[in-house]
Design a protein. Structure first.
Length: 175
């Protein structure tokens, strides 16, 4: 047999280059995962869900009323729909993905018929309550945010407050 070869020598330079390569690999691997959601996302998603819900509710009540109240509710539904659109656009801007959609599940068969018959039709009072809740929620969230998002939610809170305290009150809705 021949003379055994000498083990390779490691210089500090090789060790440092190897450590840098491992660190770069670790950063690259961590970058491949989904980034955590922005902290403001929950507030915006909640406001988006409320805007969509308020718009549907106002439309439903407008369909069962007439005159000034129906016109006011139709306007409120359109306004809340515009709020939902602005919130969805901001969510897309901040996440790079489409805004979440809410899914409503419904039962089928006799249970649906029984449930529907026992639930009273929504009223203008229900719209006022929903708008109050939305205004309070947006006001609270705006206080915790800054910049454009705070302004967006503060504007939504003001619009909801004006809708239930001025528009509906002036159109014959109760307070």
């Amino acid at each position: 047999m021949g003379v055994p070869s000498r083990p390779p020598t490691l210089s500090r330079r090789r060790v440092l280059v190897g450590a840098a390569a491992l660190a770069a690999l670790g950063v690259t691997a961590a970058g491949c995962g989904d980034p955590p959601p922005p902290p403001d996302l929950d507030d915006l998603t909640t406001a988006l869900d409320r805007a969509r819900s308020d718009s549907r509710l106002a439309d439903d009540v407008a369909a069962t009323t007439r005159g000034k109240l129906a016109d006011a509710l139709t306007g409120i539904a359109a306004q809340r729909s515009a709020h939902a659109e602005a919130l969805a656009e901001e969510i897309v801007r901040m996440t790079g993905r489409a805004a979440p959609t809410t899914s409503v599940t419904s039962s089928t068969g006799a249970l649906t018929t029984t449930t529907t018959a026992s639930v009273p039709a929504p009223t203008a009072e229900d719209v006022i309550g929903a708008l109050r809740t939305s205004a309070d929620s947006a006001t609270h969230a705006a206080g915790a945010l800054s910049g454009y998002r705070a302004g967006l939610l503060a504007s939504i809170a003001a619009a909801c407050t004006a809708a239930y305290s001025v528009t509906l009150a002036g159109a014959g809705g109760s307070r």
